[in-house]
Write a protein that binds this ligand. Structure first.
Ligand SMILES: [Zn+2]
Length: 213
C-alpha cells in the first residue's frame, strides 16, 4: 500500500528554525525575506542550498579524514626513543598491550563512526538527488542517527588528552599531541555542520511530489 504524506510547505505553512513556531507562509512573498512573527529570525521553507552546502562540507570533511588517519595522533618520547602513533597504530598498540577495550573504543569513535557518517550522508544526498521514494521513514532514522552520534565524535580527542595527562604524570616518557589531532577535530566539526545543513524534509518533498503525479 502506498502511504500518503502532506508537508507543511504544501499547506502554505513554515516552521521557524530557531523557535519552531509554525506560521503561515505569505502567499505572495516574491523575493522578500520573511521573518518569524515570534522571534524575528529569517524564515525558510527549506534550508537554502541545502544539498550544495552539505556536499561541500562533506567533501571537505572527507579530505581532512585522510591526514587525520595518516599523520601521527600522538608523539611519545621515552628514554632515547621517539615514537609517533597514528590512530590505527594506536589502536593496534592497545589491542596488543592488554587494554583491548580502549583499542576498540578508539577504533569505533575515530575510524568507524566518521566513515559511517560519510556513507549515510552520501546515501541521503544521492537518494534526494535521484528522487528516491523508497523507505523515507528509514532514511529519516538514519539521519537522526548521524545527528545523535555527533556529540560522541570528539571522544577521540578526549582520549588523546587524557592519555597525555596520564603519561605526563610519569617521568619516563613525554607525550605530545600530533598534527592529526587538528585534522581530526576538523573532520568532526565539518561532518556535524554537513549533517546540520542537510534538510531532512527534502526526503518527504520527493515522496509528496510522487503522490501528486
Ligand atoms: Zn521563530
Amino acid at each position: 500500500m502506498k502511504e500518503r504524506y502532506i508537508s507543511a510547505k504544501s499547506m502554505g505553512l513554515v516552521s521557524c528554525h530557531e523557535c519552531h513556531l509554525l506560521s503561515r507562509w505569505p502567499e505572495i512573498s516574491g523575493s522578500k525575506i520573511v521573518y518569524c512573527p515570534r522571534c524575528g529570525s529569517e524564515l525558510h521553507q527549506r534550508k537554502p542550498n541545502s544539498l550544495t552546502r552539505t556536499w561541500a562540507l562533506l567533501l571537505a570533511a572527507m579530505i581532512f579524514y585522510v591526514p587525520a588517519n595518516l599523520l601521527p595522533m600522538t608523539v611519545t618520547a621515552a628514554v632515547g626513543t621517539v615514537q609517533a602513533d597514528t590512530i590505527m597504530s594506536g589502536v593496534i598498540y592497545f589491542l596488543h598491550h592488554g587494554s583491548w577495550e580502549i583499542g576498540i573504543v578508539i577504533f569505533i569513535a575515530s575510524i568507524f563512526v566518521p566513515f559511517m557518517k560519510f556513507m549515510i550522508l552520501i546515501y541521503l544526498l544521492l537518494s534526494v538527488q535521484f528522487k528516491s521514494i523508497k523507505q523515507p521513514k528509514n532514511r529519516i532514522r538514519l539521519y537522526q542517527l548521524t545527528e545523535a552520534v555527533g556529540r560522541w565524535s570528539m571522544l577521540d580527542v578526549y582520549v588523546v588528552t587524557i592519555l597525555i595527562a596520564l603519561v605526563k604524570l610519569g617521568v619516563l616518557a613525554e607525550i605530545t599531541a600530533g598534527p592529526a589531532v587538528i585534522h581530526f577535530a576538523l573532520v568532526v566539526v565539518l561532518t556535524m555542520l554537513a549533517a546540520m545543513s542537510f534538510d531532512p524534509r527534502l526526503i518527504w518533498d520527493v515522496v509528496e511530489e510522487e503522490n501528486h503525479e
